[in-house]
Design a protein around this ligand. Structure first.
Ligand SMILES: [Cu+2]
Length: 327
């Protein structure tokens, strides 16, 4: 049994081993993209980029779908395995319990910017105005950073893909365009204090009887809850982690989705007999364009990340090939 810990509960040595391995993956060449595909994916320069490109490619089929939770579970599980197999990491994937930092994520011990942190906030860019987010109908105030990650792990990083749909950014013109730049962050309590508190998590888990309610509310497709814990976390991190398509550019993506997976397992475990294999929905974002209801026998693709998997195999963290739990 592998135990996934909250990042702040790890020893300094383990924290650094994790961020070293995450950096290593960004310096490891692609492993699954064939040479003859490289011309179609000019921005894919590393193994890490294969995760980003796969997420870009599948964005409209893995969010607000039946397999949102399962797809991201397997995506981050494979990331954990790559850290171990390609970069000599002996630990497990940490998660970030943002509820502990919901009032001021920029002050979190995870982001002090020392060598045992997940890297700092982005450099503060003053004098920015609010941004209207059309999809959610929300006026977003500027966050506490906005520029490049300044210190600690990931501060000397060059990322290659995206952004595709980030407000106030130079978005790329084509999906896999090569766009070298620093990693940016912009922690913003406007989101986390509304959507990522302990009360948000408990209400989500305890009030969602049906999986469709649970997954919709988590992603914020719910009247009066425009972001949910999933969207609140992404926008609360800001910068590259807030780009709908290319958010896995920031290694923090994998800690955020660890927390999302943690919440899903908690919800499943409250009534495991009924919830272990319960799914609901289609394979297109919000069923647009309309598509068939997914079943547990469906084969789910993982692009450059991993082999295809049968949906049913992704439903239980104690199943064959998994065997992990959250502490
Ligand atoms: Cu995603």
């Amino acid at each position: 049994m592998n135990i996934r810990k909250e990042f702040r509960d790890m020893s300094n040595n383990d924290k650094k081993a994790f961020t070293d391995a995450a950096t290593c993956l960004m310096n490891t060449p692609p492993t699954r993209m064939r040479k003859d595909q490289a011309a179609d994916y000019p921005g894919v320069k590393s193994r890490h980029d294969e995760y980003v490109a796969t997420h870009i490619n599948m964005t409209m089929n893995i969010h607000a779908t039946a397999d949102f939770l399962a797809w991201h579970r397997h995506f981050i599980k494979h990331y954990e395995q790559d850290l171990q197999n390609l970069c000599g990491y002996t630990g497990t994937l940490p998660y970030w319990n943002w509820a502990k930092d919901a009032s001021a994520p920029q002050d979190s011990p995870l982001f002090t910017g020392d060598e045992y942190s997940m890297g700092s906030n982005g450099k503060y860019i003053p004098n920015r105005s609010d941004t209207y987010l059309y999809t959610q109908g929300v006026n977003m105030p500027p966050g506490t950073g906005g520029g490049c990650v300044e210190s600690g792990p990931f501060s000397n990083l060059t990322i290659h893909l995206g952004p595709l749909d980030l407000p106030n950014a130079n978005n790329v013109n084509s999906d896999y365009q090569y766009n070298p730049r620093c990693l940016s962050r912009d922690f913003n309590s406007f989101f986390t204090s509304q959507y990522n508190t302990f009360a948000n998590v408990t209400d989500l888990v305890l009030e969602s009887i049906y999986v469709e309610t649970f997954q919709d509310r988590m992603q914020g497709y719910f009247a009066g809850d425009a972001f949910g814990v999933h969207g609140g976390g992404h926008w609360g991190m800001g910068g590259d982690a807030a780009d709908f398509h290319s958010s896995p550019n920031d290694p923090l993506f994998f800690l955020h989705h660890g927390m999302i997976d943690n919440i899903w397992t908690t919800w499943q475990n409250l009534d495991f007999y009924r919830r272990q294999f319960i799914i609901k929905g289609t394979s297109t974002l919000g069923n647009s364009p309309p598509s068939a209801e997914m079943t547990l026998d469906d084969v789910i693709p993982f692009g450059f990340v991993a082999d295809d998997r049968v949906f049913r195999e992704l439903m239980d963290t104690f199943a064959e090939g998994y065997c992990y739990r959250y502490e």
